[in-house]
Design a protein. Sequence first.
Length: 224
Amino acid sequence: MELDSLKDIWKNLDEEDLQPAKEVPILSMLQKRSQSTIARLKRNLNRELIAVVVIYSITIWYIITYQQMYSELSVLLGLVGGAFLFYYYRKSKLLNQMQCVACEVRSNLKQQLVTLEKYVRFYFIAGTILTPLAYFAAGVIILFNAQDFNSPLADVPGSDTQASVSTIPVVAHISNHRFFVLFISIGAVLTVGSYFLNRWLINKMYGQHIQKLKELLYQMEEEG
């Protein structure tokens, strides 16, 4: 009789000991999965940084070296690149905080996830708006710096004549209806195309991982 009682007590103790043991690995697993997802976000951000630095550096070098008459374009690219670097710094800092192992995941991750979503949403809107703005700004720069070398006035010496040469392409291009329509049409296509491209790219690089973090956070709250 006493032996049966001891067995029952031992069985109850085993069940109490096993219950936390089941919960701890689940929470630990969810935390590891969240860390892995954040690591993917950081890798994608670093890849984007490398692509921007390489493309912008080569383009700016080419303009300064071979297209000095369009030097304003290098300034424009430098401003856009500088804005991205600032965005990269803020987003990278946030992801590092989210990946902090010593931090309480459930208490910080929810608030940080909201901030991350705001960063990504701002990046999408800014990228969609900046593409047509940069296009039209570049078009204006090229338009007012282009020179009509085919004009007969280009061969006539004299400062007044040479000064008037630089204004010829501006007047000619603006008055050219076909050029104007083509320029606006390309800008419209770029605007629409950049919207869908940005939405697809940002969702692939960040959006789907943010959704996974939301699901993991929900599971952690349930387990907690």
